[in-house]
Design a binder for this molecule. Sequence first.
Ligand SMILES: [Zn+2]
Length: 218
Amino acid sequence: MSFFKCINKGKGPTKLFLGGVHGNEGKTTINIFRSLIANDFSNGKNIIYSFDETPYISTLKEEYYFSDIGKEIIAIIKKYKPDFYMELHCYNIKNYNKLISPKRQEIQGVPPLIELKNHVLISSVSPLIRKKYFKKETVCKTLEIPCLNENQSNSYFDNIHDYNRRLATKTYLNIVKLIAKSKSREEFEKEMIAFYPKQVELAKKYAKEIFGENYPPF
Ligand SMILES: [Zn+2]
């Protein structure tokens, strides 16, 4: 069942959180949304959507934004015009090395994802939407955690109670909460630099490569 929540705390930034962007990713990320309470959010309008399963099309492909779910997401972005935009994704642990490989730029035409900690990866959003639908100042983030998957042969993340899964979930939730709590881009950047200085440096480098000089890393 799809999930929608709006936590309106008066004057402040508008934040849009999306899960289940494609495939069955919502199954992995829905519990993150469910665990958030009103106190986790700053003032402003906080909107959360988690979508039901849809055919898996990469958000790096134009085709995605012509699909029903892709069109719906664009309509939602246009409606709310968020100051913070966050997509919660998950990935198959088998693709871990491929996603963080410096060769990703050559192979897929996009910079590698950056590991924060415990297999939690972060990046900007699809270049197909970053400049087209958001202002330069909008904080745009994609967050990735290994997917829950009963059929996964790799047992590293095969169970929600698994120790590694707990660590990954904790890291993932911390970043979601950091965004949820930040009152401004400046505050978010300051916190990120304090917790993840190396990752921020890398994000700056990639933002420059893909979006041009002086483009913010988030
Ligand atoms: Zn995804």
